[in-house]
Design a binder for this molecule. Structure first.
Ligand code: ZN
Length: 1054
């Protein structure tokens, strides 16, 4: 070094000199990268199986193999090709590090003797055959399983729909001597480049890094080992200059975010897990500090079933605390759309799996890539033994920057959880010096905390950490000017920040992502099935719980577990939100069909068992079940042979049943059923006021004594009179075409994320739909129900047909809607301009509700131009309000007095056919006095989604013609779920929540002979100090606002 002349240095030329010295593209004939490999030889003995499906290794090795060549193409998309390669390494290579280099421009897995060794992809083409070749390692035989897809599927561009006929070329299959000394120097120089680039100009380390790297090139330019060694000593000197005590610590954790399905199907994910996890644990021997965090119990179960040998090896690393299960859920589910009980089941199935397999209960909720987070999550995760939460997705928000990275997140009930957003704003960094610097530089809570997380490893399609990443972390561990790095577990990180937590700020309410709001609407069929089947699971569990209690009939636990798991997997954050490819939609719909078929059969059997029917004996009777915890009185449709059962047996006998024959020849009956119970067809004492319909002055006028609706020729409800207050629910504004039930079409062209995003500017493209195909006409007028129908053209190809229905005694006007939808980048909404002045609208979420502004005072307010809600949304002023109920929609917007619901989108990526075709959905409006709580909107929305179960049953031998198993004395307390206890056959679990947002007391009353009640968490772990008295079947409840309580009720001692 002393002999080299001192010269002036130009920043740019010096910087780019270093870049070129390690470039894998330029000057490789003379640069350092060109020396990374020594001798190379092609592997000539390659043979292939031809195209197969996703078969096991055992099947694959039995196949016939034919010669394959480099340059040969394999396909089509999603096919699998197996290869057999036989390698003979020259004896001269003994003592050297020898790699196999494989590049099939696709994903692949290398196998030997049944062991899945490592994944290949574009980021990982090397497999280390030996770090120091021995004499007995000269011959090798491997199998390689080539999957004809890339890490991100097979689209033309990142989120483009997959091309079915893609071919993948085998471009490299070689063995080579690997020069580890060169590799280390490349890593050193790469880091210096990054430090020189990232540090600010007033930081001397920026220049030291650049100058050190420059000197290293001077020393190693002749490519002699001694020069390399001298260069390496220079770098070591730099890396050994340590940090002071004040430096912040970055807790680095290896990770491979694997989408359970997205641009590929569930079945490919099974292999992605195996490839990523095999690669990940393969690095563990060489890098003893390295730890890998891994979520989603479902993926563990897949690997356990399909790769038992790999799973065993993984389990050992789990025991060692290096392969770390995180999250505690079955899959990384969407954070907005699943019901409260579905959230609960994610944790039950996830935590129980990890407990059973590894004796581990996750302490942190892990959802780095989901599109917003419900304000009910802190309470649910806390009840699953989880008080900590990690995500980073809010960094994607377009409008406002979230003000914290480490903070207390407080849910609607007041439960707090310690939350961290890794400041590098990614769940898949490459652990570069830039990532490490960003982990501290971008931290919003400097001064409050000295610790952050860095997740490293390729993600989405899997891949995980690479050797390069671990080498970088090793070098940067404790270097002056760079944050300290500790390869930590989530527990270690959260334990440390918990100690600092008294300084942390609080964020109350939902974590709203200001992006991806289209996922509340895209792929309407998935959303519809999800809602329907969540209720079906509720009904089945209620009925079989009663059977366990009353008839001592076995609970179908295994079947229900399988059905739940299918429902939960479809709630994955790229499936239910609708951001996946068409093949995944087909898979998801198949799973829904399976649940539905099995569920229907369970329901039929269950109802028959509950009525203790006797086949072939006696008369049929109509049995009606109410699975909700309040009495119901409503009009039901009795189809088929049920009609004659409602008629008097002889003419003299007077029926007390309020029935009518509708225009389809079905019987309608106004029935009464008690809370969580049944009745053999029974009607209310009082005769209902009949509903009427007439056409007058271009309006169809429907009236049931509670509501009068004036509907124009295009189906718009120009006036909805609430008789009790005399108020019109809607404010007319003919000049702007704002009417009740006005369909509107918007241009829906996102900036990039097609299936995901509804942009703010769509609001500038409002276009009312008024083109009549069939004007309003009366289609039902039978006293118990009246209806009018009409049809509108949306475009030449698309149309809407709607029945507007009013039932006797109903407080809702119902809109049963069919849409034939063939649009491109259009969004269909329906609007209700309410005659209500309020600054906030209320939306149902899981086990509660949230309020969001109807104005745009601040950027945080107007950024909520499209929001999520579940079964209802409401706008109320003092004394009066209007609710909008739905049976399968989730996207809403409220601007000034206009409440809108998003109905259909028409995105083209990643599913080119998303939402095309026929849709059926229902919604209703409910004007009310007082608050939505006083108007029992919560209950009405449950009922709207879950019609009474009606069945004709032969000879029921019930003790009573009417029965209520459970009721709750206070309507603020909803008994949402009844199920058999997970670990006991003689106990039930009931889950209740406070729905109104206030302190509520009341009684849970049961007619079942329970002896004991005890509080438990959602995992059904008992709280022995919280035994609760049951007096004559009555349990007193004291609930805090939005509190969720689970109780185990047993017939014997607990
Ligand atoms: Zn994801």
């Amino acid at each position: 070094m002393d002999s080299l002349p001192v010269t002036n240095k130009n920043w740019r030329t010096t910087f780019e000199r270093i870049e070129k010295f390690i470039s894998n593209t330029y000057f490789t004939d003379v640069n350092l990268y060109g020396r990374l490999y020594g001798e190379r030889q092609s592997v000539d003995d390659i043979s292939t199986s031809g195209q197969t499906g996703r078969i096991s290794y055992e099947t694959a090795i039995g196949l016939e193999y034919k010669r394959a060549t480099i340059g040969q193409s394999f396909g089509p998309t999603w096919a699998t090709h197996w290869f057999l390669i036989c390698i003979n390494i020259p004896t001269e290579w003994i003592g050297k590090e020898v790699h196999l280099i494989w590049n099939s421009n696709s994903e692949a897995m290398i196998w030997k003797n049944g062991v899945a060794l490592q994944g290949f992809n574009n980021d990982r083409n090397d497999f280390i055959i030996s770090k120091q070749l021995r004499e007995d390692q000269l011959s090798h035989t491997f199998h390689i399983e080539m999957a004809c897809n890339s890490m991100s599927g097979a689209g033309d561009h990142f989120i483009g729909p997959p091309k079915p006929d893609k071919m993948f070329t085998l471009s490299t299959c070689q063995i080579a001597i690997f020069n580890r000394q060169v590799y280390h120097l490349i890593q050193d120089l790469d880091i210096f480049l990054c430090i020189a680039k990232e540090l600010s100009e007033d930081n001397p380390r920026k220049y030291q890094a650049l100058y050190t790297a420059n000197e290293m090139i001077n020393l190693s330019r002749n490519h002699e080992s001694t020069g390399y060694s001298k260069a390496h000593s220079l770098s070591s000197e730099f890396f050994n200059q340590h940090n002071g005590d004040s430096q912040l610590t970055v807790h680095a954790m290896g990770h491979a975010h694997i989408d359970t399905a997205w641009l590929w199907q569930y079945d490919e994910t099974k292999r992605k897990c195996a490839r990523s996890w095999a690669s990940s644990i393969q690095l563990m021997d060489s890098y003893p500090e390295y730890k890998f965090v891994c979520s989603q119990a479902q993926q563990y179960e897949w690997v356990k079933d399909s790769y038992p040998e790999l799973y065993q090896r993984i389990s050992k690393f789990v025991d060692d605390g290096r392969f770390i299960p995180v999250g505690g859920t079955w899959v990384e589910m969407d954070g907005n759309l699943p019901s409260g009980e579905a959230f609960v089941r994610q944790f039950i199935y996830g935590q129980r799996f990890f407990q059973k397999e590894f004796g581990i209960k996750c302490k942190e909720f892990w959802l780095p890539d989901t599109f917003g987070y419900s304000a009910q999550l802190p309470q649910i995760m806390s009840s699953a033994g989880i008080e900590r939460f990690l995500t980073q997705k809010l960094s994607w928000g377009l409008i406002n920057k979230f003000p914290h990275h480490t903070f207390w997140w407080e849910g609607i009930d007041g439960t707090k959880c310690l939350t961290h957003f890794p400041p590098a704003d990614s769940y898949g960094t490459s652990a570069t010096a830039a990532d490490v610097l960003n982990s501290v530089g971008k931290l919003k809570d400097k001064g409050r905390t000295k610790n952050t997380v860095l997740l490293f490893g390729f993600g989405d399609g899997g891949g995980g950490p690479t050797e390069d990443m671990l080498e970088r972390l090793d070098r940067l561990k404790d270097v002056d000017g760079i944050p300290k790095i500790s390869q930590s577990t989530p527990d270690q990180f959260f334990d440390v920040i918990e100690k600092e937590s008294s300084n942390l700020c609080r964020w109350i309410g939902e974590l709203y992502l200001e992006l991806h709001q289209g996922t509340f609407t895209t792929q309407a069929m998935l959303k519809k099935k999800n809602r329907k089947l969540e209720f079906m699971m509720h009904n089945i569990e209620f009925i079989y719980s009663m059977l366990v209690a009353v008839n001592d009939i076995k609970y179908p636990s295994m079947q229900l577990d399988n059905m739940w798991k299918k429902l939960l997997i479809n709630q994955f954050h790229d499936v239910l939100p609708g951001s996946c490819i068409e093949l995944v939609i087909q898979d998801a719909l198949k799973l829904y069909d399976e649940i539905e078929t099995e569920g229907n059969s369970l329901l039929q059997l269950g109802i028959k068992a509950l009525t203790r029917h006797k086949d072939n004996e006696g008369e049929k009777e109509i049995f009606i079940i109410n699975t909700h915890c309040w009495d119901r009185s409503e009009v039901v449709t009795l189809s088929g042979d049920i009609f004659k059962l409602t008629q008097p047996k002889n003419k003299k006998q007077k029926t007390d049943i309020k029935t009518a024959l509708n225009s389809c020849g079905e019987t309608l009956a106004l029935v009464e059923v008690p809370s969580m119970g049944y009745s053999i067809l029974q009607s209310p004492e009082d005769k209902p006021i009949p509903c009427t319909v007439k056409i007058e002055d271009e309006f169809a006028i429907m009236d049931n004594g509670l509501l009068t609706a004036y509907i124009d020729r295009t189906g718009r409800v120009c006036k909805l009179l609430h008789k009790r207050t005399g108020r019109n629910a809607f404010k007319e504004d003919a000049s702007e075409a704002f009417y009740g039930n006005q369909f509107v079409l918007f241009d829906d062209v996102p900036l990039y994320w097609d299936a995901w995003d509804v942009m703010d500017y769509h609001l500038e493209t409002r276009s009312p739909i008024t083109n009549i195909k069939a004007q309003t006409s009366i289609t039902e007028d039978c006293g118990l129900r009246c209806a009018v129908s009409y049809k509108l053209a949306i475009s030449e190809k698309s149309w809407i047909k709607q029945d507007i229905v009013l039932d006797a005694c109903a407080n809702n006007l119902v809109f049963n809607t069919q849409v034939e939808w063939h649009e491109s980048h259009k969004l269909l909404k329906v609007e209700f301009p309410l005659d209500v002045r309020t600054l906030n609208a209320t939306y149902e979420i899981q086990f509660g509700h949230v309020q969001r502004p109807t104005h745009g005072n601040t950027s945080w307010d107007w950024a909520k131009y499209e929001v999520v809600g579940h079964k209802w949304a409401d706008m109320s002023e003092f004394g009066f309000g209007v609710s909008l109920l739905n049976d399968c929609k989730y996207g809403f917007s409220a601007k000034d007095n206009v409440l809108s619901m998003s109905l259909l989108r028409s995105s083209k990526s990643p599913d080119a056919n998303a939402d095309m075709g026929t849709h059926h959905f229902n919604y209703s409006v409910r004007p009310h006095t007082g608050t939505f709580q006083e108007a029992r909107v919560v209950q009405a929305a449950y009922d709207f989604n879950n019609p009474l179960q009606v069945m004709a049953v032969k000879s029921p031998t019930l003790d009573a013609k009417i029965m209520s198993y459970f009721k709750v004395s206070n309507p603020a307390i909803i008994l949402d779920t009844i199920k058999k206890a997970e670990d006991r056959d003689d106990a039930l679990v009931v889950r209740l929540y406070e729905a109104y947002g206030g302190h509520s007391t009341g009684f849970l009353i049961t007619s079942l002979p329970f002896q004991h009640a005890i509080r438990c968490n959602i995992l059904e772990e008992l709280k022995p100090t919280e035994t609760i008295d049951i007096n004559n079947g009555t349990i007193q409840l004291h609930m805090n606002p939005f509190q969720i309580i689970s109780l185990i009720l047993s017939f014997d001692l607990i």
